[in-house]
Design a protein around this ligand. Sequence first.
Ligand code: HEC
Length: 125
Amino acid sequence: MRILALVSLLTASSAFAAVDHDAAFKADIAPILQKSCVGCHQAKEGKKPKGGFDATSLANVVKGGKEAGAGITWGDISKSSLYKSCELGISNPDDDAAMPPKKKKDRVALTKEQLAKLKAFIEAK
Ligand code: HEC
């Protein structure tokens, strides 16, 4: 009985505290992408963003690019190309999927703190 009560309490409170993804994106995530990604990942001069991945709006970031699958799968960083590419950008810059690409000399890779923010954003409920 007690467990049941706890479960229903948790369910009720998490529904109540539902995250506002749009607000969190604007406040925490967009500034990071602006600095490290948007230079290549936005449509400009009639050209598509690199890899078909547009990093300028949450809707397009969630959708992802041409080949790497969804940019964000809520709750699952392993199915979020946004997260995976940034993680590789820190842990294994030689990997082809690492972002920003290593060949770009003035690349601004994410810091570990920024990567942690990204993870929290994707996993927040
Ligand atoms: C110097 C330009 C450049 C920068 C800066 C850059 N990218 Fe990319 N990105 C590319 C290119 C080119 C591709 C497509 C070819 C490839 O995979 O190398 C790509 C592909 C991707 C893809 C795969 C799209 C798909 O599904 O095919 C993702 C996801 C991605 N980038 C995320 C990011 C993120 C996140 C950042 C910032 C941390 C970033 N990129 C910064 C050039 C860039």
